[in-house]
Write a protein of this length. Structure first.
Length: 146
């Protein structure tokens, strides 16, 4: 009868791999709140899509009720069109949320027409952090005070 001399190393390997697998699964579970499927991310992406395509009427609808009560759509449109910086793209990076407040970060491409004499257009990117608040169950963009 043959004796199995390899059973101890198998048990030792299993006892090392099992805790490691548990740690990996636990870390993966912790990462799920940062997924892109949060409702605020969908609204933030839609707002940036409207801004980068010049659909200011749609972009305005994502602003907080307080902002919209003190800034008409016409005033908003005039202010946006008067800006020297024009946004060209926005790519979602990440977000962090509490119960009724979120920050959502985007890599935003932009253009500045004639920033200095002799230069027609300046193009670059920047990371922009948007603030969002939850009011009556809905997420709203909260611009920084000017």
């Amino acid at each position: 009868m043959m004796k199995n001399t390899n059973s101890a190393p198998i048990r030792t390997r299993a006892s090392r791999i099992l805790p490691l697998a548990c740690v990996v699964l636990a870390l993966a579970a912790c990462a799920t709140p940062g997924t892109k499927t949060h409702p605020v991310v969908e609204r933030a992406e839609a707002r940036w899509a409207a801004l980068t395509t010049g659909d200011l009427e749609t972009a305005y609808t994502f602003y907080s009720p307080g902002f919209r009560s003190s800034n008409s759509l016409i005033d908003f449109g005039v202010a946006m069109r008067a800006r020297k910086v024009k946004w060209s793209s926005a790519t979602y990076k990440d977000h962090q949320c509490e119960e009724s407040r979120c920050t959502v970060r985007f890599d935003v491409g932009y253009r500045v027409a004639r920033p200095v004499p002799g230069l027609k257009v300046w193009e670059s990117t920047a990371v922009i952090t948007d603030n969002w608040v939850k009011v009556d169950g809905q997420w709203w963009y909260l611009p920084e005070k000017q």
